[in-house]
Every structure is written in structure tokens, then in C-alpha cells.
Design a protein around this ligand. Structure first.
Ligand code: FEO
Ligand code: CA
Ligand code: CA
Ligand code: CA
Length: 633
């Protein structure tokens, strides 16, 4: 994510700049780690160059067989650096919807390029599209989609450096983020939004929500405006998504800390009784420049210290009922949520895999107590259960550590609100920024993008936990990222044990001939950095989207713009399918119900894409199809 004035600064980098984590200064321990890292690298390298040995041991058929026949029905494309979308020959892309496009006729006059007024800004498609899911309902095609954050200068083009000058400016930011639910249709002229559809809805930073689950009503969740601790306003920094078996949309609150600030000095930013946990989540006096706290008291932590506790959750939305109240599920824990991958265990229990995207934070899993019965009640299935954090052993095994009052010494509500602290207490494995998790549609296994971590091996995480190189995070100063996958023991996602390996270590084989060159399935023809978005199609192929350095220079030379690739889990083969315009991140992926269209999100494009000329760049969703209208996943 990039935002506002510092358009080249990622959210994680912003946190690092404004809320610096403790420096590692114990030279002896750093050296010791470097030595043990070299020792362990032997094992990881074997994954790339000695796949047969690996496959005979831990992971059966997971070996990379580069000679296998490709299952990809296209010719991979080259890296690109221009201001356009590229797809393989035989495929085409078109725009489905752009930031500022009216969802209702009464917003027809809204003009983003001139900096539209606050009025009507909650009646248009929001900015910075991210996770999305499609729903087929009574013959209608519905798309639910996140608007992760607002580029301040783009949304307030008339303001000095995008700094809000009044409450209306802040309201505009609040309106252009959150979630959109829109009906879409395909006609002879292509895909478009059905304006004024009864399904169309905008959910913003001010939409009323219910808070349910074990932390609802807890003291830490109460504010002056909501003494019950069960009703909050808005969902924020909606990053990745999820879809339940019962047809609802899950939107995941990620870098929520950036919206909060303080109008009063906070003494040395030290934790106190009112701001417990604020440090760990990067909540401070300054915020990220949205300045909500100066114009909307709810975001002023000197007045409402518990308000940040009411964000950082997974929120469930019924896309078929625009009158429904979104629900925050506290059972799924509070952290910087990436996405929520829902899968059913063999006995029908609901398993939700979730990543916490910050350097050195953790990978999570929720397992429900109850079972899902089609058509039955779903109450409690995302709240009554156990939250776990992952522990990866260097020998290729791992286990899920339960976060309970017994294991953490925290009460249940507390350990959910401060899930990071709970995970630290049980000794979970610090990860290289867990982004999207996806489960294989053809095998009982899950994949997680570990996007990058420049601090790996160098600095502790925000909670002070050491982050030495470890099994799934094997490279110090990891600027390329990797994808870890695990296979639950007993073919049961609800179980505690698993085996893991790395599906790919990104890298640059033209610059490095060591581990920074990447695993064997990374070549000069498909290289990329910072895997982020990820989803499996119905053919069991995994689509990988990137949010990385697109400078195309030095360590990243030859990688070009951010892109979307497709991988074959069985062979390890990876091919480049799509490249985005320069400056963008490719994020969010969903298929039409007939699987003849793939919807792909283009977030924070640079330049003037897609309108060209002199106009502002506009985050958009594109529709990608085969020219012969064949299946595309
Ligand atoms: Fe919003 Fe971690 O990406
Ligand atoms: Ca982003
Ligand atoms: Ca992401
Ligand atoms: Ca990212």
C-alpha cells in the first residue's frame, strides 16, 4: 500500500519511519545468527537444486520438475515498464469500473479528476481497489470489493499536499474508502456496473456495524459513543477478502492504525492504561496524514483511546442484502489482517486462515467449534472456536499453537484484542509479512505469500520478539519474498500438525547466484518480487499478484512493473500472465460465475492510467477474457 504524499512509501515503511522499532545492537548475536543461517541454507537450497532429495523426504510429489509439460494455455509475456496493461496473445482486457465511477444516477456529476465534492462521494466507486469476490444470486452477478486506502493528493487535488482543510475533506476520504457492493453485467459491449441496481451499496468509514464474538462488550471495546462495546462505525483499510460457504463476503481490516492520531501530546508515546497495545499496532499521535483526529473526535486517541480496539477485525457483509448490518467478528482476532481464506474441515468445522501483514508478525488460523450445515444456522461459526498461531520448525514440520487463557495468561477477549501479544507469549514463528493465504482447490494444502522483510535477521518485531532467520523465512534482509505452503497432517485443516515447504523463493537470478537469486523455478523469464495477492482457480493453478519494487533497476532489474503470474503447484512452474501499468500494484482477483472472465484489481497506478492524457491516475478493476471466450480458470 502506498498513500498520500509519500507515494513511494509502503504502509510498512511508513510505520517504520514514524514508529521505529527497536534497533538490534547486540553484535555478537547478529554474527551468531548469520552463521546458523548459513547452516540452515543448505536445506533450503536443496529445495531448489536438489528437489528429488526433498521430495523423497518430506513432501511427496511437491518436487519441482521443470521438464514437465506445461498446463498453462498461453505464451508467457515479457516484463514491461510502460503505462499499460499487457496480457498474453489470445487474451484481452477492458475496464470494468474506475475510482469515481457513479454507482447511482444521483452521482452522475461526480468528477474525480476535478476533485469532486464530499457530497456524493459515498455514491461512487471508491479508490484503491483491493480484495474482491463475486457472488451469483438469483441470476444477478454481484461483486463485493474493498477500497483499501485513499491517496490524499489524488482525492484532494486542490488541497496543499493532500492535507485536509476541513471536516468535509475528511468526510471525502472516509467516503471513498471501505467496501463497494455492485451488480455487474456482461453485454455485447463488455462488462460494466449496473447503475442503480438494488444491490449497489457503499460501505464507508462511517457505516454502522455490529461487533460480535468473545470480545464484544468488553471494557476495552467501549467508548463514550458506544457504552455497550457492541456497535461501531465503519470498516477501515480493507485489504484482502474472503468468502464464506454460506455466501457472505469477508473484508479484512489491515493498516487501521494510520487513521488515528492525537490532538494532545502523548508523553513519549509510552504505553499507559488507556493505550495498552497501541505501540504494538503502531498507533500514535501523528497518524498517517489523513488527519481524521483533527476533524472527527472519534479518531482522536486522547479522547477515545479504545476506538482503535474496534478496528483490526474481519467483517462479514451480506452482498445480497443492501440493508444488512455488517458484522465484526472478534473471534478471528485483531491484527493487521490481510485476507481470510475459509475452508471446511472434513467434519464440517470452519477453518479460517489469516495473515498479519507486518514485519515479524504471525500467521493465524481459526477453527470453529460448530460445524457448517448447508442451509443451517451459521451463528457463531466465525466466533465460537479457537484462534491459533503458526509455529514452523526448521525440519519441515510445524504446529498450530492455541491462543487460550491457559496458554497466554490473558482472558479470552483480551487475547483476541491483543492477538499479537498472545502469539508472542506462546512462541509462534515470526514471519516475513504474511499477505494472502490461498487453499488449493485440488489438494488439502494452503499457501501464504510472505511478501518481504528487510529487517529479517536484523531487528525485532514491534513487540520486541527476535526475528532470526528461520525455516520458512530463510533469508536475512529479505527484499524479494517467498511463498510457503503447508499440508495439514491427516488431510484435515482443523488439525494441529502440518508439513511445510517453500513453493517459491523470489529472487533475481541475473544479479545473484546465491539464495537471493531465488529458487529453481525462478528464471530471468518469470522473475518478480514481493508476492502478495493470491488465489487458486478451479483447475488447481495458483495465481500470484505482486506489490513490489517496480523500479526495474539494480536488485530488481528485469522484473518490470508489478504483475500477475500463474503457478502449477505440482510442477513448480511459474509463468508471467499479466503486467500492470507502472507504479501500480496488482491486487484482487475474482472470476465471473461462468469462469470466462477474470477480474483483476489495479491499485494506485502511476502516470495517467487508464484515461491517459493529463488526468489523474485511477485505480480500476479490469476484466480479462480469452478472445475465443473460453474458460479462464
Ligand atoms: Fe494491504 Fe498487506 O496488503
Ligand atoms: Ca496495497
Ligand atoms: Ca496486499
Ligand atoms: Ca503488499
Amino acid at each position: 500500500m502506498k498513500h498520500g504524499k509519500d507515494t513511494r512509501l509502503t504502509a510498512d515503511a511508513w510505520d517504520e519511519l514514524h514508529s521505529p522499532r527497536p534497533e538490534e545492537n547486540d553484535f555478537d548475536r547478529v554474527v551468531e545468527r548469520a552463521i546458523s543461517r548459513r547452516g540452515f541454507m543448505g536445506g533450503v537450497l536443496a529445495f531448489g537444486s536438489g528437489a528429488a532429495a526433498m521430495s523423497a523426504g518430506l513432501l511427496g510429489s511437491s518436487a519441482i520438475a521443470s521438464t514437465a509439460t506445461s498446463r498453462f494455455p498461453f505464451t508467457p509475456i515479457a516484463a514491461q515498464t510502460d503505462d499499460a496493461i499487457h496480457v498474453p496473445e489470445g487474451y484481452s482486457s477492458s475496464i470494468l469500473v474506475r475510482w469515481g465511477d457513479p454507482l447511482f444516477s444521483d452521482a452522475d456529476g461526480y468528477d474525480v479528476t476535478e476533485g469532486g465534492p464530499a457530497a456524493g462521494s459515498d455514491r461512487v466507486f471508491g479508490e484503491n481497489t483491493d480484495g474482491m469476490e463475486t457472488f451469483s444470486f438469483r441470476g444477478h452477478e454481484i461483486l463485493a470489493i474493498n477500497h483499501e486506502y485513499a491517496n490524499r493528493e489524488t482525492n484532494l487535488p486542490a488541497a496543499q499536499e493532500g492535507v485536509p482543510a476541513n471536516a468535509d475533506d475528511v468526510l471525502k476520504f472516509q467516503n471513498l474508502q471501505g467496501v463497494a457492493v455492485v451488480e455487474i453485467e456482461e453485454t455485447d459491449s463488455g462488462w460494466s456496473v449496473v447503475k442503480d441496481s438494488p444491490f449497489n451499496r457503499r460501505i464507508t468509514h462511517n457505516t454502522p456495524m455490529d461487533i460480535v464474538g468473545p470480545a464484544a462488550g468488553h471494557e476495552l471495546m467501549k467508548t463514550e459513543a458506544d457504552p455497550t462495546g457492541t456497535r461501531s462505525l465503519g470498516t477501515m483499510n480493507n485489504c484482502g477478502s474472503g468468502k464464506t460457504p454460506w455466501g457472505t463476503y469477508l473484508t479484512c481490516e489491515e493498516n487501521f492504525n494510520g487513521y488515528f492520531g492525537s490532538t494532545e501530546a502523548i508523553q513519549d508515546q509510552k504505553p499507559n492504561a488507556l493505550s495498552r497495545g497501541h505501540d504494538r499496532y503502531g498507533i500514535g499521535a501523528e497518524g498517517w496524514g489523513y488527519d481524521y483526529h483533527k476533524w472527527d473526535e472519534r479518531f482522536d486517541i486522547s479522547k477515545n483511546p479504545n476506538e482503535p480496539n474496534r478496528v483490526g477485525w474481519v467483517v462479514e457483509i451480506d452482498p445480497t442484502d443492501p440493508e444488512s448490518t455488517p458484522v465484526k467478528h472478534t473471534g478471528l482476532g485483531r491484527f493487521k489482517h490481510e485476507n481470510a481464506e475459509v475452508v471446511l474441515a472434513p467434519d464440517g468445522r470452519v477453518v479460517v486462515y489469516m495473515g498479519d501483514d507486518e514485519r515479524g508478525e504471525y500467521l493465524y488460523k481459526f477453527v470453529s467449534n460448530g460445524v457448517y450445515v448447508p442451509g443451517g444456522s451459521t451463528e457463531g461459526l466465525l466466533d465460537d472456536g479457537t484462534l491459533f498461531a503458526a509455529k514452523f520448525n526448521d525440519d519441515g514440520t510445524g504446529e498450530w499453537l492455541a491462543l487460550t487463557p491457559e496458554t497466554t495468561g490473558m482472558d479470552l477477549a483480551e487475547l483476541l484484542i491483543f492477538a499479537r501479544e498472545a502469539s508472542s507469549k506462546v512462541g509462534a514463528t515470526t514471519m516475513d509479512r504474511p499477505e494472502w493465504i490461498a487453499t488449493n482447490t485440488h489438494a488439502i494444502e494452503a499457501y501464504c505469500c510472505l511478501t518481504n522483510n528487510k529487517n529479517r535477521g536484523l531487528k525485532p518485531n514491534a513487540g520486541g520478539d527476535e526475528t532470526p532467520v528461520n525455516g520458512p523465512n530463510p533469508r536475512e534482509t529479505n527484499n524479494y519474498g517467498q511463498i510457503v505452503r503447508w499440508r495439514p497432517h491427516g488431510e484435515d485443516h482443523a488439525g494441529n500438525g502440518f508439513d511445510w515447504d517453500l513453493y517459491v523463493m523470489a529472487g533475481n537470478p541475473e544479479v545473484y547466484n546465491n539464495v537471493y537469486g531465488g529458487s529453481e523455478n525462478v528464471t530471468p523469464g518469470n522473475m518478480f518480487n514481493s508476492p502478495d495477492g493470491m488465489a487458486f482457480d478451479q483447475n488447481g493453478l495458483v495465481w500470484i499478484q505482486t506489490d513490489g519494487d517496480d523500479s526495474n533497476a539494480e536488485d530488481f532489474a528485469g522484473m518490470g512493473n508489478n504483475q500477475m503470474l500463474v503457478g502449477d503447484p505440482a510442477t513448480g512452474e511459474i509463468a508471467r500472465f499479466l503486467t500492470g501499468p507502472n507504479g501500480c500494484e496488482v491486487t484482487g482477483l475474482a472470476w465471473s460465475s461462468d469462469r470466462r472472465t477474470m477480474f483483476v484489481g489495479i491499485q494506485h497506478p502511476g502516470g495517467h492510467w487508464p484515461d491517459g492524457g493529463d488526468v489523474l491516475p485511477r485505480s480500476s478493476v479490469i476484466a480479462v477474457k480469452r478472445d475465443d471466450n473460453g474458460l479462464i480458470g
